[in-house]
Design a protein around this ligand. Structure first.
Ligand SMILES: Nc1ncnc2c1ncn2[C@@H]1O[C@H](COP(=O)(O)OP(=O)(O)OP(=O)(O)O)[C@@H](O)[C@H]1O
Ligand SMILES: [Mg+2]
Length: 185
């Protein structure tokens, strides 16, 4: 069982303390929902967990099984199985979702035909139209299409501890470690 342990985590952004001692333990198979007022730090926690350099960790620890998450760079955290689906997904002009997924998973040693079929099947599972796979990521996508496209990326990554923020409306972020590490489509 994978366990993400956040212990007395403190962090600041632009000189302002936002996280003031967050402690939380999440195990595989659980769905944990963070609720709180706008601006209370839910998205900040997701950014800090992924290693966004705009956020300065000032204390505490984060471990993922026996890995010291805070000592890893964002790519290493992603390889471990941490995934952030952000409130405002970035646009990637000139890069299609299929190209993005192919680049990521070829790097992990997957066969390109397997990647293509996995992308198309996960897209169908979340009702993401096929033509959106061949358009620049998130460029001109509707809000719902962006969320479906992120869900395809999330599911394909088989994350051990996806860190979701604002996948739905309301002041809610969700952390749900559900999937085994390292599994292929
Ligand atoms: N990159 C940043 N630069 C400046 N301030 C930031 C940055 N990121 C977060 N903040 C500030 O930190 C506070 C917490 O923001 P955060 O986005 O974590 O809140 P939230 O709980 O996710 O809110 P919401 O429910 O509105 O999504 C806010 O006051 C926000 O303006
Ligand atoms: Mg937020």
């Amino acid at each position: 069982m994978a366990v993400l342990t956040i212990d007395e985590l403190t962090a600041r952004v632009r000189g302002t303390d936002i996280l003031k001692g967050v402690s939380l333990q999440i195990r595989s198979g659980e769905v944990d929902v963070l609720m709180g007022p706008n601006g209370s730090g839910k998205s900040t926690l997701a950014h800090v967990l992924m290693g966004n350099p705009a956020y300065e960790v000032t204390g505490g620890s984060v471990t993922f099984d026996d890995h010291d998450v805070l000592s890893l760079d964002p790519a290493e955290r992603a390889q471990l199985g941490l995934f952030a689906a952000l409130q405002y997904p970035n646009e990637l002009p000139g890069v299609t979702l299929t190209e993005l997924m192919t680049t990521v998973y070829q790097e992990r040693g997957w066969d390109s035909a397997d990647i293509d079929s996995a992308v198309r099947s996960e897209a169908a599972a979340v009702n993401l139209r096929g033509d959106l796979l061949d358009r620049s990521v998130n460029v001109g996508f509707s809000g719902g299409e962006k969320k479906r496209a992120e869900t395809v990326q999330l599911v394909l990554s088989r994350p051990a501890s996806p860190s979701w923020t604002k996948l739905t409306r309301g002041s809610t972020s969700m952390l749900c470690p559900t999937c085994p590490l390292g599994s292929k489509p």
